[in-house]
Each structure stands twice: as structure tokens, then as C-alpha cells.
Write a protein that binds this ligand. Sequence first.
Ligand code: AMP
Length: 292
Amino acid sequence: MRIVDDAAHVRASASATVGLVPTMGYLHEGHLSLLTAAREECDTVVMSLFLNPLQFDNPDDLDRYPLDSDRDMRLAEEAGVDIVFAPSLQAMYPTEPLTRVRVAEVGDHFEGEHRPGHFEGVATVVTKLLASLQPHRAYFGRKDHQQLVLVRRMVADLSLPVDVIGCPIIREPDGLALSSRNIFIRHRDAALTVNRGLEEAAAAVDSGERSSSALTAIVSRDLGLESVDYVGLASQSAAAPLDVLDRPAFLAVAGHLDGVRLIDNLPIDLVGEMLVPDLGIRLAGRSELGGE
Ligand code: AMP
């Protein structure tokens, strides 16, 4: 595995099909699942490791974001990564970027509404990664489903020559979606109300419930978060809020607990003629990397 800070080195050493997995580090099994998918489908696997200040609307969140680059490098190597692209802040943004990418509408609701500037930061850095590393495939988790929708739309709108691949949410055995920030959670029972609500909504979808207000009420009913930013149902094509579940969609939840912002999603896919919830994948045993 090579660790480089210069995109030209990545382009020079990549061969055949190149898969990119963008991360901000502090890897857990969720990131590893994206790396495994890339390893199975691509000749060269590139993982980017960059804590992008542009996408943090809250400076405290950036300041206390967990970092452990030795650990990340070891895990990346074990996952079969060929090249880690780990640019410095200076290399990524030698000057204040005056050009920003904003994806209208897709980024206006849910995360976009509650984290001003966040999606502009994401879209700008992902565009820079895609332009400079030139992967054929780029892998994103459904854990951040609105982000996945946004990247897909941006790639289509800008005719970027890359296939965007969405990967299932990896969860703890008790259902909690893995996140680098889970190490800060003290009230786990309260955190588990998020995925439990989504599971109950999934069961309702399976039983034929199609009303957005009914589904979001099911998720909200027993939420034990300190505060809730949103619970909503949105289309997979444009992250537009839906009144009725009549197309591929996702139920999204975000809120605060123990000083952590928790996000979880329930993608609902069209399989044949049926709308089928995707609850993600539960690890067989407790995450060794998610932290306690
Ligand atoms: P981050 O390092 O938080 O920016 O995440 C990098 C990528 O990993 C994003 O595409 C996330 O959606 C994805 N990811 C984070 N947590 C999970 C998870 N629990 N399951 C699947 N993908 C995840």
C-alpha cells in the first residue's frame, strides 16, 4: 500500500478500473464495507483520507473529530487498499476556494436545512477528489443517504465520468448504525431508539403503509434523543420531501445525544414492483472499531 499526498501520483500509479472510497478517517466496519466492495469490483482501490473543514458547519464538531492515522493506515492495508490519498489541508486548499459546488433542491432540505454550508463543502470536496483522482467508480454509504443522492445528482449534472455506488448501512448487533462519533455516546439505550423507530417503520412499509406522516410518526413516537432535527421521507432521485411513498425513497432521522449528532436512514428500494426497505447489515459481534 502506498500513502501519497499528491493526486498526480495516484493517477500515475493507478491501473485499469480505479475505485475511490472517500473517508474522513477513524475507520470502522462501515468504511471497511465500502473498501471491500471496491476491492471486489476494481483493480486499483484508492481511499482518500481527508478531514474536510469546508463541510463542518460546527467548528466544535471539527475540533473534536477523532483522529488516528496510524490505525487508519493499518486498517486500510488490511482491507486491501492500494493507495491512500491523504492530502494536507494546504495541498487540498492552497488558496481559499472561490469556486464552490452547490446542488440546488437536493441539498435544500433535511441535512441541508440543519447544517448550512455542509453540502456545499461535501459537493466541493467530492468534485475535487473525482476531478483530481479520476476514479471509474466511487463508493458512498447509505448511512448518509441524502449525501449519496446529492453526489449522484451532481455527477449526472456535471457529466463526471464516474459510477457512483451506494452501499448498505453497517450496524452494531443491536442495530446502532456505525459512526466515527459513536465513541462519544453514553446513553446507548437512547441512541437505539433511532434504529428501532426505523425498523418499526420498515415493518409498516412491509404491511402496506404508504403515508409519509404515518411513517414519520412511527419513527418519532419513541425517539429518545435530546433534540430532533428532522424525521422525514424523501425521494431517492432528488431528496425531495414526499407526502406518499410511491417511489424509491428514504426515511431520514437526525438529532442530538450526548453532544453527538446522530444520523440514520432507511432506504426503501423498488425491487420488481415492490417497495422494499433496506435495513442494512448487522455485524455478527460487537464492532471492534466503532468504539465504546
Ligand atoms: P465519513 O468518514 O464519515 O465521511 O464516511 C465515509 C463514507 O463512509 C461515507 O460514504 C459514509 O456514508 C460511509 N459510512 C459511514 N458510516 C457508515 C456505516 N455505518 N455504514 C455504511 N457506510 C458508512
